[in-house]
Design a protein. Structure first.
Length: 256
């Protein structure tokens, strides 16, 4: 997998933030990521996207999350907040970042004037699309010293770690779109003509009305981050594959 530049990383994050806001894709993403018992307790029709900018009182800069949303519990006035971060490289401070984001969300959306349990549960998810052999720590235990003092770190900031392989959801509603969504991030970091051609053919299967926005955005992303970065040889390979398939699909490149 090629090294990721800061500019590419920003492009990957921007694409993730845009696509994850598509309602049906978001629900399919959560179905694949969360324990099924938890998912079934959430009223998905109440999903409300929150402002990703967290106003901090004691910092020189505000924090910006990739995605945060509020979801009510079924048959209850209580709600949870889903915090989702896209990470294209193995940031060793990820558990500390999640802890900081979670604390700010609790302060911003909790009601300190009520007694008892007056603050929402934060459910953090990290969608990691970096190198598989680079381990991304998921708990404070993995990044703090003094581990012999307690069996488990008193500050627990564990999050759900999700990789593209976890979103290969065949047989699930919107499973193909969810799989293509995940594959696009991997392909953008390691452009390959044959894999791009396969994704192009699979995208062509999404013909329903709700997929129009999703297809347009994903095709633009793949054009900018994959097709434009193919070597001259790989571009020729892609062109031959498309020409060979035209008798069946008449499929153009993203550039066309």
């Amino acid at each position: 997998m090629n090294a990721i530049t800061h500019q590419d990383s920003q492009m990957h994050d921007k694409n993730f933030r845009y696509l994850i806001r598509i309602g049906w894709l978001m629900k399919s993403f959560l179905w694949a990521c969360l324990p099924k018992r938890v998912y079934k307790m959430l009223d998905m029709d109440s999903l409300q996207i929150l402002d990703g900018q967290l106003i901090t009182q004691h910092s020189h800069r505000n924090l910006n999350t990739d995605f945060a949303c509020r979801i009510n519990l079924k048959n209850s006035e209580e709600f949870v907040i889903l915090l989702i971060e896209h990470q294209s490289s193995a940031d060793k401070k990820m558990p500390a970042r999640i802890l900081q984001y979670s604390a700010e969300l609790i302060k911003q959306y909790g009601d300190g004037n009520q007694s008892g349990r007056s603050y929402p549960l934060i459910i953090p998810i990290v969608f990691y699309t970096g190198k598989y052999n680079d381990q991304l720590p998921t708990t404070m235990d993995e990044i703090t010293f003094g581990e012999n003092l307690y069996d488990r770190n008193p500050i627990n900031a564990e999050f759900h770690l999700v990789t593209p392989k976890d979103l290969n959801c065949s047989g699930v509603e919107n499973g193909l779109a969810l799989s293509l969504f995940a594959q696009s991030f991997v392909l953008a970091q390691n452009p390959d003509a044959k894999k791009l051609f396969i994704i192009m053919k699979q995208l062509d299967q999404l013909k329903d009305k709700k997929s129009i926005e999703f297809r347009a955005k994903l095709e633009d992303y793949l054009f900018r981050q994959v097709e434009c970065k193919l070597s001259e040889h790989d571009s020729a390979v892609l062109e031959k594959l498309i020409i060979a398939s035209k008798g069946e699909h008449n499929m153009p490149t993203f550039a066309q």
